[in-house]
Design a protein around this ligand. Structure first.
Ligand code: FAD
Length: 533
């Protein structure tokens, strides 16, 4: 094996790295961008040279946008369209349901559509801004061996030459057919749908496309339909039994399918593909020094637009943990909490997608009338209406077990194992999002109180040695009274109802690890430091 021989074909590989990421799809790229922020030496390889242009993810929610913010993407890094509502139509009952997606949560729109290749380009650009991140296209993982302190990966370049890279940790972001998953002995558990779906993206639809998402729930041929940036519009058509891929992709068939929306002479197809959807998850997202993220760990039908979002949640959770362990701020035990925290939620999202598939797109006319009729009636019952229309049906991303101090000190929006809310704040002359003040570290946040005023110098120094810092969030009009980083809560909504003097420990992924009244802050900080060390 030699790295030199292949250097004429593809850029040579380093012999070693801290984290080796297999796969530079959106999830691998987001992980690389995060690891770059945490200054972790990272090598990403992909067997392909270029970004995949197939029609895939189109919708992202506020949680995904918050993670992209954490990875360093500005709001204008890629185009998006805010979606005000999702409407559901039944051929027998007409408009029978809707989901209100206008407005924002944690400073981000509840739902946007986007163009996946643009997002992937933006993520790669962001990752490669960090000198500690490098990407090598044209290298395919073919095997690895877990050693006591490292993982030894074998990669094949495009001319068939084998190379070895030694990494402290290896992350499989290698998509639904993941070899990493196979090599750690994990099978996908779950369901493969018998139906195939045709995905069609039309372009040149400027000012003519719809501005919302529609589910046309005709049991004969369900067809979700939505706009996307750049004058694009997407339709998804379920294939009927006996229809072949070949006949569905002919220009004549496409024109026939799209005739209710676009006439054949103004139809410009940009991309199309047929997929079979899966609802599957593996039993463990980790084995030793090897981790699975994104589609390598779980796949879901796209009925609630959560496949990529779940992958982004994975890397937000795993990225800082790898960094903290590699930099010696935490023991490797921290890494066990990745599977513990992420797998239950990924499974809940798969279940939600399956449920929505059954509710929104039943396959028989009688079932459609019954289910859609029941959903229409449910809108008249306020709790059901909130559940269905205000997205309460979506499982909150809050852990019941994991790397936080369990306890019952929950205060309104501040919940241990859940995320700290985000809103706009003023920091000196600049107005920004509160996460940008929290930064990439562990943060001891004091609400209306300077948290350093509660701690002796020795504890402060030990906290900072674990890459912890201090932030005071002041109420509207309050001024900083010390050198501690200060942010003024402009909306008074950041943490509604929080008593002055409350303190919280927030992880780099914005999860609340501990909280309590000012009088307990020393105990809280010590408990958190003990867990890390
Ligand atoms: C029709 C459709 C609609 C969707 N809609 C949505 C949506 O609206 N919202 C949403 O959140 N999600 C949606 N998804 C899901 C989303 O597209 C995927 O979850 C996401 O693209 C997965 O990203 P990934 O990085 O995990 O995997 P991939 O994007 O599959 O990337 C894996 C990468 O690994 C590389 N690779 C594989 N094996 C190796 C190897 N051995 N060595 C080196 N490299 C390797 C591949 O070349 C590839 O670049 C949709 C999917 C489909 C198909």
């Amino acid at each position: 094996m030699t790295n030199k021989k292949a250097a004429t074909q593809v850029e040579a590989l380093p012999d070693e790295t801290c984290v080796l990421v297999i796969g530079y799809g959106p999830v691998g790229a987001a992980l690389a961008a995060l690891l770059g922020r945490y200054q972790v030496n990272t090598l990403v390889v992909d067997k392909e040279e270029d970004i995949l242009l197939m029609p895939r993810a189109i919708a992202l929610d506020n949680e995904a946008l918050r993670i992209l913010q954490m990875a360093g993407l500005d709001e204008d890094a890629f185009d998006r369209i805010g979606i005000p509502e999702v409407k559901m139509h039944c051929p027998y009952l007409g408009h029978y349901g809707q989901v209100n997606t206008s407005g924002s949560i944690d400073g981000h729109p509840k739902l946007v559509t986007f163009y996946q290749p643009d997002l992937e380009r933006a993520l790669r650009l962001q990752a490669e801004r960090h000198a500690c991140v490098s990407f090598r296209p044209g290298y395919e993982l073919i095997d690895f061996e877990q050693l006591e302190q490292d993982v030894l990966a074998t990669l094949r370049d495009t001319s068939g030459v084998l190379h070895q890279v030694q990494a402290r940790y290896l992350v499989g972001a290698d998509g639904a057919s993941s070899l990493v998953r196979t090599l750690i002995g994990q099978d996908f558990q779950g369901q493969t749908y018998a139906e195939d779906w045709l995905i069609v993206d039309a372009c040149q639809r400027e000012n003519r496309s719809i501005d919302h998402v529609e589910f046309n729930c005709n049991p004969v041929r369900p067809a979700p339909h939505m706009p996307a940036p750049g004058g694009r519009e997407r339709w998804e058509f379920m294939l009927q039994p006996g229809e072949t891929r070949e006949e569905m992709e002919t220009p004549e068939k496409l024109a026939e399918l799209l005739a209710p929306w676009i006439s054949a002479d103004e139809l410009v197809i940009e991309r199309k593909a047929i997929y079979r959807f899966h609802a599957r998850c593996c039993n463990r997202f980790q084995k030793g020094r090897v981790f699975l993220v994104g589609d390598a760990a779980h796949v879901t039908p796209p009925f609630v637009g959560q496949g990529l979002v779940a992958g982004l949640r994975d890397v937000a959770n795993l990225g800082w943990k790898l960094a903290w362990v590699l930099k010696g701020y935490a023991t490797p035990r921290l890494l066990d909490s990745y599977d513990q925290e992420r797998r239950p939620h990924a499974k809940k999202m798969i279940e939600l997608a399956k449920l929505m598939g059954h509710l929104v797109m039943p396959r028989k006319a009688a079932a459609a009338v019954a289910v859609h009729g029941a959903m229409r009636v449910a809108r008249w019952v306020p709790p059901m209406r909130r559940y269905l229309e205000e997205l309460k049906i979506k499982p909150p991303n809050r852990f019941s077990k994991g790397f936080f101090v369990e306890g019952r000190r929950w205060r309104g929006e501040l919940k241990r194992g859940g995320q700290i809310p985000q809103d706009f704040v003023r920091q000196g002359p600049r107005i920004c999002m509160s996460d940008d003040v929290l930064g990439d570290q562990f943060t001891l946040v004091g609400f209306g109180i300077d948290p350093t005023s509660l701690l002796d110098a020795d504890t402060q120094a030990r906290w900072q040695a674990l890459n912890g810092h201090f932030v005071q969030i002041g109420m509207r009009g309050q001024n900083p009274a010390s050198e501690t980083t200060f942010a003024e809560d402009l909306s008074d909504k950041l943490v509604p109802g929080i008593p002055r003097g409350w303190v919280a420990v927030v992880r780099p992924d914005r999860v609340i690890m501990h909280d309590g009244p000012a009088g307990q802050v020393l105990k809280m900080v010590n408990e958190c430091m003990q867990m890390l060390a």
